[in-house]
Every structure is written in structure tokens, then in C-alpha cells.
Design a protein around this ligand. Structure first.
Ligand code: FAD
Length: 418
């Protein structure tokens, strides 16, 4: 059995893993770094997989997080196409699927998650796809020429973005959502209704409150049977119903886990010298009222990576970054700042019919999040309101003639001592 040791071993070559290596070198960390990644590719951006890469507007080279030369220059060893199967937290080693035992000084667990699969009959048929990796999307694209009818299961961001990209190819798309509105987990009703109408206007059949009973077909999928009995013809089915964090080896090693690997404000797990970041890390987030949550976003991956890099070089930092996110569908750019879960009031600012508006969320009178659709100014200026949890009367928020930066400044002035 071969054996090597690195001062920092990063498991997972996705957004968070790549960002951690980049941040360590930015922090002038001079020790050895290895990234062990299950996928064969160098780290690449995942958001374009359901947007420009799926639509054929960006090549794979253009979505690499850094070019090949960068990793060589920064002396980051890439062990790709390699999966960590076991962690020995006492011996400070990991064991890979190809039999390498690798020692670490610090271990950064950045493994993201696996797409959640359908559990019903027919879930194994050919023609069922997820959109998580480059390989997933290449497989899907290879089948597109022979595909006319696509059923997308799941009305979250990935399902909606895939619907937008596939209608561009002239495919007939039906989107099936089990809840009574799309984006129900992440946004308020005005935003959901706006996106449902947009997709319908682009020819997508949007079915709400529709549960999948089974997937039908012989070897290959031929349709999706709903609980209502309706059969939707399908040449292809795309499943976008969330992810299951990839944390089994760490859990087995004794790390405390819940909805993900539990970490403290410095992204430390309960195992010595082991950190976790990105989609798999469950952390107490001040923008979620202190609740322990996982965030699945590039912002979270990057900001947690910086926190870990600082912790490793001995410059303590706590993870307190304001969450932000984006989604592109058709010619609509959604930008989100803050977390709307737990809101008790939602104010629409502007007119959705003009396709440029924002939804501002409040909890106990304080601004907690903004969803801005084709409204960059609200997104940029509203950030300060979310950061400070500003109290603003809802009439003022709804008044589009009053810039959000003016409201933030007015509040600040009101709270300053005279
Ligand atoms: P990942 O990027 O998933 O990387 C984890 C890596 O670890 C993977 O390569 C995996 O194969 C590897 N791995 C897993 N287990 C092991 C193991 N045992 N050993 C070795 N390697 C392992 N976020 C936004 O902010 N905006 C967007 O518009 C947006 N759009 C998205 C669209 C799509 C289609 C997807 C899939 C995600 C999107 N996201 C978006 C979310 C964002 O991409 C993720 O939050 C981000 O990639 C998380 O980074 P990560 O490093 O935690 O996980």
C-alpha cells in the first residue's frame, strides 16, 4: 500500500475544496496541499451546468475554476478520480478507493452531496438524469437529439433552470412539483407565482401539487405516472429534488452529524484537525436566526473556505457572511441576499408584470432577505438592510421611488446618538 502525507488534505475538488486551496495560498500557507477529488476533472463551476453549459453557451474550459497551470504554480497536488472511503481520525489518515493511505496535518472535508434519487418503481431506468456533475450533463446532452418530451421532477432552482435551457432547444417540457408552488422551500409566494407564469408563457407545462407515483418504461423510460393516475409521456426525465450530503466516511469516523457534518463558527468538526465546508457543512447561521442549516451556494463554499484557511494559518475568523445566491432563467436574473425562511411579511416592490421587481422579506419588522428579479439596484442597495436587519416600514419598502440605500441611511441616522 502506498503512503504519502500532506500538511493539508482537502477531500472534494468542487467549489469549496478549490476555494480552500486558493485561500490557503493567499494566506501564505507554505505547507503541502493535496486535493483528493472523486470526479476526474479539475475543479469547475457547477452553476453553469444548469445554465450556460447545458444551453451550449459555454464550453467546459470556460467553467474551470482555475486553469491547469494555476494548480501547478501554487503547488497543489491533484489526486483526481479518487474517492476517500475511510477516515482514521486518530491516525490522521484517509484511505482511498484505489488503496492509497494518505496522512494529513489538517483535513478539510468538502464533498458536497449526491443528487437525491426517486425511490419509486422505475427509478433505475435509462433516460433518468440528474444535474450535478459535468458527466451528468454530458450524458443528458448526448441523449437530447433523440428526445422530444422531457419531464422534470422538482420545481427548485435546478429544475426551473433546466426547463428554461431545454425549451430553448425546442423540447416539450413538463415540470412536476409535489408542493403547491415552485421554489416553495426558498422563496415567498409572489416569486413562485411569477416564475410559474414565466415558464408557462415559455411553453412549459407546470404541474403543481403533483406527486410522482412511478416511472414507466421497459429498459428506458417512456413516461411518468402521477399519483392522480395521469401518465406523462417522457423520452427523458430529469430529477432535481435536492441532495444528500456526502458525509458517510466522516460520520463513521465519529464526527457529529445531523443534516450535514456539524461545524462550529470556525468550520471545525468534532474531530481533531478536521474541518468541513460547503454544501455538506451544517453550521449555526446568524441569518437563519441562529438555526443550524446547510447552505448550498457558491457564496457559502467560498466564504467557509476563507474561514478554514485563516483558521489553519492561525488567523481566527468566524463564519458570519451574508448569504447570497443567483439564478438565471430565460432573460431573468434573480439575485437573492439573506435567507427568507421564517419570514412573517413579504413586500413586493415594483410590478412583476414589468419583469423587474423585488420581494423583500421581514421577520418581526426587520428586513431579512431580498429576492431581486432584473433589479440589480435593489439587490446591491438592499444588502445593507439585510446585514443590519433594519426595521423599515413596509410602505417605504414598497415605494419604488425611494431607493433602498436612502432607507438604509435614514435608519442609520435614526439610530445614531445626536
Ligand atoms: P461540490 O461543488 O459538489 O463539490 C464536491 C466534490 O466532492 C465533488 O466533486 C464530489 O465528487 C467530491 N466528493 C464527494 N465525496 C467524495 C469523496 N468521498 N472523496 C473524494 N471526493 C468526493 N449556487 C449558487 O450560488 N448559484 C447558482 O446559480 C447555483 N447553481 C447551481 C446549479 C447546479 C446545476 C448545481 C448542481 C449547483 C448550483 N449551485 C449554485 C450550488 C453550488 O454549485 C454548490 O453550492 C457548490 O458547488 C458547493 O460546493 P462544494 O464544494 O461544497 O460541493
Amino acid at each position: 500500500m502506498s503512503e504519502a502525507r500532506y500538511d493539508v488534505v482537502i477531500v472534494g475538488g468542487g467549489h469549496a475544496g478549490a476555494a480552500a486551496a486558493i485561500a490557503l495560498r493567499q494566506e501564505k500557507f507554505g505547507g503541502s496541499i493535496a486535493i483528493i477529488g472523486a470526479e476526474p476533472e479539475l475543479p469547475y463551476e457547477r452553476p453553469p451546468l444548469s445554465k450556460e453549459y447545458l444551453a451550449g453557451d459555454k464550453s467546459f474550459e470556460r467553467i474551470l475554476i482555475r486553469p491547469v497551470a494555476f494548480w501547478e504554480e501554487r503547488d497543489v497536488t491533484m489526486l483526481l478520480g479518487t474517492r476517500v472511503e475511510t477516515v482514521d481520525a486518530a491516525a490522521l489518515t484517509v484511505l482511498t478507493d484505489d488503496g492509497q493511505m494518505i496522512g494529513y496535518g489538517a483535513l478539510i472535508w468538502a464533498t458536497g452531496g449526491e443528487p437525491r434519487r426517486l425511490t419509486c418503481d422505475g427509478n433505475h431506468l435509462d433516460g433518468l438524469h440528474s444535474v450535478r456533475t459535468r458527466a451528468d450533463v454530458d450524458r443528458l446532452l448526448a441523449e437530447l437529439p433523440d428526445t422530444r418530451d422531457v419531464v422534470i421532477v422538482g420545481g427548485g432552482y435546478i429544475g426551473l433552470e433546466a426547463a428554461a435551457a431545454l425549451t430553448k432547444f425546442g423540447k416539450s417540457v413538463t415540470l412536476v412539483e409535489a408542493l403547491d408552488r415552485v421554489l416553495a422551500r426558498v422563496a415567498g409566494e409572489p416569486l413562485s407565482r411569477f416564475y410559474e407564469a414565466e415558464h408557462r408563457a415559455h411553453g412549459v407545462r407546470v404541474l403543481l401539487g403533483a406527486a410522482v407515483h412511478c416511472v414507466e418504461g421497459d429498459k428506458r423510460v417512456s413516461g411518468v405516472r402521477l399519483a392522480s393516475g395521469e401518465l406523462l409521456h417522457a423520452d427523458m426525465v430529469i430529477v432535481g429534488i435536492g441532495i444528500v450530503p456526502s458525509i458517510a466516511p466522516l460520520a463513521k469516523a465519529g464526527a457529529k452529524t445531523g443534516s450535514g457534518v456539524e461545524v462550529d463558527g470556525g468550520c471545525r468538526t468534532t474531530l481533531p484537525q478536521v474541518y468541513a465546508i460547503g454544501d455538506c457543512a451544517a453550521h449555526a447561521n446568524r441569518f437563519a436566526d441562529g438555526a443550524t442549516i446547510r447552505l448550498e451556494s457558491v457564496q457559502n463554499a467560498n466564504d467557509q473556505a476563507s474561514v478554514v484557511a485563516r483558521a489553519i494559518v492561525g488567523r481566527e475568523a468566524a463564519y458570519e457572511a451574508v448569504p447570497w445566491f443567483w439564478s438565471n432563467q430565460y432573460d431573468l436574473k434573480l439575485q437573492t441576499v439573506g435567507l427568507s425562511s421564517g419570514f412573517d411579511q413579504a413586500v413586493v416592490r415594483g410590478n412583476p408584470e414589468e419583469r423587474s421587481f423585488s420581494v423583500i422579506y421581514l421577520r418581526k419588522g426587520r428586513v431579512i432577505a431580498i429576492d431581486a428579479v432584473n433589479a440589480v439596484r435593489d439587490y446591491v442597495q438592499g444588502r445593507a438592510l439585510v446585514l443590519a436587519g433594519t426595521r423599515v416600514p413596509i410602505e417605504a419598502l414598497a415605494d419604488k421611488t425611494r431607493p433602498l440605500k436612502e432607507l438604509a441611511a435614514a435608519e442609520l441616522a435614526a439610530t445614531q446618538p445626536a
